[in-house]
Design a protein around this ligand. Structure first.
Ligand code: GDP
Ligand code: ADP
Length: 189
């Protein structure tokens, strides 16, 4: 297996999804496989784009069928990485990017070792709070900030760290880390 998995770790509102969205827009060879979650869908989300939204019973069934590479309980919901789609990409020289919680990142490193590149996306807590409020996240808000404080303590465990204050700069920093792994040129769209 020669594919690469880029994992973005960071608190809610650190900008992981925005960085992934921009990268996918510019580099069509970078794949994104939506995870499966029991979290309620946000008004701006569509099923099958950011996530596949399922109920807890369906999630449990997928666990029993060995449908996940890893799964974890984060912020009151379950999240799982679909096994089949990942294994297909990893069997080729594909590149896949995803955001994941620290436990999931550790599981990926154990399973796929050097195929995995972990990047911690940091953001000052006051900006994070502002962005979450702008996104309309009021419930579970404090829990998300506490989780970020925990993740920050472990930031040295990751291969790289980028700071997302200015989005363009953060994106350039991300590209600087991963462009060597992206085959071909940016897409023209
Ligand atoms: N372990 C694991 N964590 C995931 C997966 N998908 C998303 N996450 C993480 O779950 C947390 C919550 O994600 P999300 O509901 O999108 O909230 P947001 O980070 O506030 O936008 C984040 O830390 C994600 O990186 C997955 O498949 N497995
Ligand atoms: N550098 C930035 N400056 C201002 N707003 C940002 C920046 N990065 C992300 N955002 C905004 O902050 C909110 C949370 O970003 P998002 O990418 O959803 O974070 P995450 O996926 O890490 O939870 C979104 O509304 C996004 O547009």
């Amino acid at each position: 297996m020669s594919g690469k998995i880029i994992l973005l770790i960071g608190g809610s509102g650190s900008g992981k999804s925005s960085l992934i969205k921009r990268l996918r827009h510019e580099y069509e060879r970078v794949r994104f496989i939506p995870s499966v979650t029991t979290r309620p869908k946000r008004p701006t989300e569509h099923d099958g784009e950011s996530y596949h939204f399922v109920d807890v019973k369906t999630f449990q069934q997928l666990i029993q069928e060995n449908g996940f590479i890893e799964y974890a309980h984060v912020h009151r919901a379950w999240y799982g990485t679909p096994r089949q789609a990942y294994e297909e990409i990893l069997a080729t020289d594909g590149i896949v990017i995803k955001d994941i919680d620290p436990k999931g990142a550790a599981a990926f490193k154990t399973l796929f070792a050097d195929q995995v590149i972990t990047i911690f996306v940091s953001v000052p807590p006051d900006l994070m709070k502002e962005r979450l409020l702008m996104r309309g996240d009021t419930p579970e808000f404090e829990a998300r900030l506490v989780d970020y404080a925990d993740a920050w303590k472990d930031r040295d465990h990751y291969d790289y760290m980028i700071e997302n204050i200015d989005f363009e700069q953060a994106y350039v920093d991300l590209l600087g880390i991963i462009s060597a792994y992206i085959p071909g040129q940016p897409s023209e769209s």
